[in-house]
Design a protein around this ligand. Structure first.
Ligand SMILES: CC(C)(COP(=O)(O)OP(=O)(O)OC[C@H]1O[C@@H](n2cnc3c(N)ncnc32)[C@H](O)[C@@H]1OP(=O)(O)O)[C@@H](O)C(=O)NCCC(=O)NCCS
Length: 192
């Protein structure tokens, strides 16, 4: 199921998840050029042209397809921190059909819970606005921070597979939509 109709903007306590703007390109390029940020990303660090191409893809996917990872902006100063959100993992055909959550933040924004906050907002939109039933994450087994984040979010490893273009082994993690809570269930029962 394509995650169509996702909200274009989401506010959290400290963040704004929003559409991509042309003025993001320079800050996005700095993130994508950082070898530490890109260590476990299949493409490796990106030069400016490749980063701009990725920006264009994200922008295009939002405008033409209605979904892509959001740009993550810090509310207090408007700084672009990176991205977080939902995508179709076409780079790993053996897991399709599926919707994955992806995340990438600039190095000096790690260790503050921003990715957790952005991912929880993404899940909330997926479960409660889209009615999606399941989300996966695809993570290199050495990517300790990404694995810790996924596990903090309640995701669990379901299998290990190979990303053919890089030959990398990757872990597939999954989380299911939480069961309705008691008051919601009671409301449905009352109406029945
Ligand atoms: C994956 C990535 C987004 C995780 O970032 P992160 O900073 O580790 O995750 P969070 O933003 O949720 O922060 C969690 C840390 O902040 C701390 N923290 C502080 N305040 C917090 C809060 N309010 N809520 C949650 N955690 C908080 C946690 O204790 C944890 O600390 P630790 O770093 O000592 O473990 C980041 O490492 C990254 O961009 N990596 C490069 C790109 C990448 O590999 N992407 C994934 C490809 S599969």
């Amino acid at each position: 199921m394509e995650p169509r109709g996702l909200p274009h903007r989401l506010r959290t306590e400290r963040l704004l998840l929003r559409q991509w703007e042309p003025t993001d390109r320079a800050a996005f390029a700095a993130i994508n050029a950082d070898a530490e940020v890109m260590r476990h990303v299949g493409s490796g660090p990106l030069g400016r042209a490749d980063s701009d191409a990725l920006w264009s893809q994200l922008h295009h996917d939002w405008t033409e397809r209605g979904h892509a990872p959001w740009a993550v902006e810090r509310a207090e100063d408007g700084a672009l921190l990176g991205f977080c959100g939902l995508a179709i993992p076409t780079f790993l055909p053996q897991v399709l059909p599926a919707v994955e959550i992806g995340w990438r933040l600039r190095r000096d924004a790690w260790g503050r819970g921003y990715a957790t906050e952005a991912a929880l907002a993404s899940f909330d939109a997926a479960w409660h606005r889209m009615g999606m039933a399941q989300i996966i994450a695809i993570v290199h087994p050495d990517n300790d921070r990404s694995l810790a984040l996924a596990e903090r979010l309640g995701m669990r490893v379901t299998n290990r597979t190979t990303h053919a273009p890089t030959g990398w082994d990757v872990l597939v993690l999954r989380v299911d939509r939480p069961a309705p809570e008691w008051p919601e269930t009671r409301g449905l029962a009352t109406r029945a």
